[in-house]
Write a protein that binds this ligand. Sequence first.
Ligand code: FAD
Length: 393
Amino acid sequence: AKPRVVVIGGGSGGGTVARYIAKDSNGAVDVTLIEPSRMYYTCYFSNLYLGGFWDFDALGHDYGNIARTGVNVVHDWAVGVDRDAQTVALASGESIAYDRLVVAPGIDFVEGSVPGWDVSQQSKMPHAYKSGTQAQLLKHQIENMREGGTFCMVAPPNPYRCPPGPGERVSMVAHVLSQTNPTAKILIVDPKENYSKQALFEEGWERHYPGMVTRIGPDFGGNNVEVRPDSMEVVIDGQVEAVDVCNVIPAQKAGKIAELAGLTDASGWAPVLPSDMRSRMDENVFVLGDASAQGAMPKSGFSANSQAKVVANVIRGELTGSRIFPARYSNTCWSLIATNDGVKVGANYEAGADQIESVSSFISQTGEDAELRQQTYEESIGWYNGIVADIFG
Ligand code: FAD
């Protein structure tokens, strides 16, 4: 019988690893991808959708080409993993056996991390931090906000998916409001001392949206916040603020199935070896993308895709005898601040003794000219088209 690989989660990491193993092994490996949704809506560029630069439909990708590569795509939830028997249980009641398992379920939210908020409140105070309809809801709320109203973002503590994501979102919300509701205000409540691309965002907000954005960091109570969805209030260090739209981005942990499978530790993330993303809990299991704790790589779609290619190469090598190459990883995160004003941060990574380490890095500079910023923005569009083709075929 053919060796069997099961992949849980058809996102940036899981989609890539399934497609690459099937494509490169030419049918020698039996690959099953378990993913409940029939369409994957990328979180990347969902901020550009909020800003009016990208269509919602352009965020959506189906699994047809992955299936045509020879992957058995099963639209269902994985609800348990029996690591002794090497089987995955599905919500339908079926069970699928594996020789190697890849777990790539993305994130879940830490319950109680923002007092007053849980997922039952996500219609009143959306997170828009997992793919799909939440971004549509948040856009609707922004467009219907009262004149001169306040948009509040409760930003997450580290580590979380897409470090520059909240800053890019504020930029895109400011872009819309400066055109449609110029007396509106944006309030960021942030538990972190500092955040990714901070100097670039602050410079951009001052230039494009002067006076619109205020950030309350931990020194002023940004780490002591409670929300009241029914009355649309945010309580910051005991002080009650009335807000009109509230985007709560809670603290995060590995997608729940990683925990159910016994792959996470006390941090809530799944520790892996830096050389190949193999679980530290089980040599037949790999965890990749946001759910993994691997070291220096940010939780991004680019990182997940890069890690997935390393995992695909290793699994194929172990199951078919093909050559295994030393791991090389890379990432770039682009952000749009205003029309044609794009910035980026990125690095190349290798396996260190204990974790993945950065070996070279780069970041856009403050004060760059408009032409360079436009080039950076255009580069990001090329990246988007390239990565979705690489994941979904
Ligand atoms: P995901 O892509 O989330 O995929 C996980 C999949 O697993 C999902 O499809 C889910 O349905 C499935 N799943 C979960 N549980 C189960 C289960 N039990 N059974 C079966 N399936 C399951 N990254 C970038 O590189 N560039 C960007 O510009 C960028 N911008 C972003 C902007 C925003 C606003 C946000 C929120 C994120 C952004 N990201 C960006 C981050 C990027 O979206 C994530 O890091 C990336 O999607 C992680 O890939 P993943 O495969 O780990 O998880």
